[in-house]
Design a protein around this ligand. Structure first.
Ligand code: F6P
Length: 323
């Protein structure tokens, strides 16, 4: 490879800048020309390429968001959009793409590669951790810590007022943020889409908590859990336990921002380096990931089809330690 382009796409995540920096500087080290693409696939379609050198990525390893900006491109979903993107890559002489994002990003990259043959390699950048082929995705650790800090603060006020708080965290259709932040804050219950908890299970947990003398509680709820909206859960609980003083808090996009944690910066650096090395080795249509602390490459199709599975031990631990 002689000329590569890097971009960030889909929901941003803390550590994306560290990944961009690693790609640019590794390419620079091996005398590969590196371009940044503005706003993900939209930039490919509009031909918005920016030449990047080692100094263009100074002072960004500690910054949240993405300096290249991100988007969920509708136009790239169309054949015409992808044709424009390919024409621009040809015009610029780009022979490989490094895409930093989640499953939507990798789906786009796979289709683009299959249609036009341009080499593509991915770096998992999403707070959701819902990508197979890497134990952690870039941004997940920071989002967990942000959620934990926020819920710790909610606990202070919950305790002062003897309240029950239902706290919703992100994760799209995956419960990793909920399960892990829930354990970290000592939640009474954690409701995630991967398990088949019923509302009766939740009420049973409240009954046990009452018997054990708990006066305040935190229930962490994944945004896509299957029992109903967080408000309906809170209402059903109020109907069953009218003496509870209940509040709902939705953490939302606060979980996507902020300076990346050390773990995310190191992961992003390793995967940014790994992506360029992978391209130099002739790899394409794969995602660079870390599994058991080793750099591995997983075909995009596998990375987006499967999820990492929820750890059964963690589920058990969360139940045993909650009461
Ligand atoms: O994929 C990251 C994520 O933050 C999900 O957790 C959430 O469901 C979604 O993106 C929110 O998307 P948007 O930023 O477009 O509202």
């Amino acid at each position: 490879v002689k000329k590569i382009a890097v971009f960030t796409s889909g929901g941003d995540s803390p550590g994306m800048n560290a990944a961009i920096r690693a790609v640019v500087r590794t390419a620079n080290h091996f005398d590969i020309d590196c371009y940044g693409v503005w706003e993900g696939y939209n930039g490919l379609i509009k031909g918005e390429f920016i030449k990047m050198g080692a100094r263009s990525v100074k002072n960004i390893i500690n910054r949240g968001g993405t300096i290249l900006k991100s988007a969920r491109s509708q136009e790239f979903r169309t054949k015409e959009g992808r044709q424009k993107a390919y024409d621009n890559c040809l015009k610029e002489g780009i022979d490989a793409l490094v895409c930093i994002g989640g499953d939507g990003t990798f789906t786009g990259a796979t289709i683009f590669n299959e249609e036009f043959g341009i080499k593509t390699i991915g770096i998992p950048g999403t707070i959701d951790n819902d990508i197979f082929g890497s134990d952690n995705t870039v941004g997940y650790d920071t989002a967990l810590n942000t959620a934990m800090d926020a819920i710790d603060k909610i606990r202070d006020t919950a305790t002062s007022h003897n309240r029950v708080f239902f706290v919703e965290v992100m994760g799209r259709d995956a419960g990793f943020i909920a399960l892990n932040s829930g354990i970290a804050v000592g939640a009474l219950d954690i409701i995630i889409p991967e398990t088949r908890d019923s509302i009766e299970d939740l009420f049973e947990t409240f009954n046990k908590a009452q018997k054990s003398g708990k006066s305040s509680s935190i229930i962490v709820v994944a945004e896509d859990e299957k029992l109903g909206s967080i408000y309906s859960l809170a209402e059903a609980t109020k109907a069953k336990f009218p003496h509870y003083d209940i509040r709902v808090a939705i953490l939302g996009h606060i979980q996507r921002g902020g300076s990346p944690s050390c773990a995310d910066r190191v992961l992003a650096s390793r995967l940014g380096y790994g992506a360029v090395i992978g391209l130099m080795d002739g790899k394409t249509n794969v995602m660079a990931g870390l599994q058991a602390n080793k750099l591995v490459f997983t075909p995009f199709r596998e990375a987006i089809k499967k999820h990492n599975t929820i750890d059964e031990d963690l589920l058990k631990i969360s139940e045993i330690l909650a009461i």
